[in-house]
Design a protein around this ligand. Structure first.
Ligand code: ZN
Length: 342
């Protein structure tokens, strides 16, 4: 089968589409014929490498997969070959205390497809049975692939961690990113007022289409100042952060008394300044968040089936254009997901 294989870290030039052996599903696993696979920043990190955090190479990336069941491993008889499925990107041991408590995303054995085991930028992918959920008919394969990881992350941030309540105000940083566009929709689903940021007029218009109530062009306006104006100096109840670096300090400035900042990433830098006096005096919280639980994934698939959320797809490319897909993501040219078709 064809698969994207990374054999060494580097720029997009290290991405190769190779002919490799088709995986066999182990006992308890299913083999999925991949129909669509969406890119994430994770793909860029695995390709570039992170100093001090080596990835196991060679690796086939791709965490967000939709496809059809092609083969069943030993012991699997509750799903049939040919069933269209969405693939849950996180894999855990299933037997430890955290897994049994429904916190499988905090399992010490937790891994993401395309990071710790082969991902879906290939024609076939073998995954544990519990990692596939029947795909709602109303979603295309491209939409299903585009919805998995970003919505799971955004849901866990807003629902699992920040405990967003109806009537609250949320600042969603970077509407143009996959996780940002998911955050806007989930916050609106819960009846929040949404303020969001982006770096171009087109991205701000697209964010409004997703339901954002207020938009701020961060290249032209001071975000914290605009947020204070919009909220009549109160600040927002929740900041949805995934940018890190210099943005983080400004995100804190946007927070109301007793506000919660929830973060799942640091695409522009892992160091940030925190004004501790403001933090304790205003009783604010900084919450870390990573991925989401299997149960949350099932809940999301039910909501997709009911048509509450829209996949935001920037473009769909054939698998052999994986280098271009990385460049589009890396240069922030995309509004929403870049999807590959193997
Ligand atoms: Zn576990």
């Amino acid at each position: 089968m064809k698969a994207v294989v990374i054999r060494e870290h580097g720029g997009p030039e290290v991405l190769r589409v190779e002919e490799v052996e088709r995986p066999k599903p182990a006992a308890g696993e299913v083999l999925v014929r991949v129909r669509a696979v969406a890119l994430n920043h994770l793909d860029l990190w695995v390709r570039r490498g992170i100093p001090g955090a080596p990835f196991h190479l060679p690796m086939t990336t791709g965490a967000d997969v939709a496809g059809d069941i092609a083969e069943l491993g030993a012991g699997i008889d509750d799903i049939s070959v040919g069933t269209p499925v969405m693939v849950l990107p996180g894999v855990s041991c299933g037997v430890c205390k955290r897994c049994l408590a429904g916190q499988d995303h905090l399992c010490s054995q937790y891994g993401i497809l395309g990071e710790t085991r082969p991902g879906g930028q290939a024609e076939y992918l073998a995954v544990p049975r519990e990692n596939v959920v029947p795909k709602p008919e109303r979603l295309s394969y491209e939409e299903a692939a585009a919805l998995s990881l970003t919505f799971l992350k955004a849901w866990h941030m807003l629902v699992g961690r920040a405990e967003l309540r109806e009537g609250e105000t949320v600042l969603v940083q970077a509407a143009g990113s996959g996780v940002g566009s998911a955050g806007i929709q989930i916050a609106k689903y819960f009846g929040a007022t949404v303020i969001t940021t982006a770096g171009s007029a087109e991205k701000l218009d697209a964010a409004k289409d997703l339901g954002a109530d207020y938009t701020i062009n961060y290249r032209e306006e001071n975000v914290a100042k605009r947020v204070r104006e919009i909220t009549q100096k109160r600040g927002v109840d929740v900041v949805f952060e995934h940018i890190g670096g210099e943005t983080f300090e400004n995100s804190l400035k946007c927070l109301a008394w007793a506000g919660r900042l929830v973060t799942c990433g640091a695409t522009t830098g892992i160091q940030a300044n925190v004004n501790l006096r403001h933090l304790f005096f205003k009783s604010q919280s900084i919450l870390g968040s990573t991925m989401g639980t299997k149960a949350e994934y099932h809940e999301l698939v039910r909501l997709y089936d009911e048509g509450h959320f829209k996949a935001v797809i920037d473009r769909v490319l054939p698998l052999h254009e994986v280098k271009r897909a990385h460049e589009v993501l890396e240069n922030r040219q995309a509004f929403g997901k870049v999807v590959l078709i193997p």
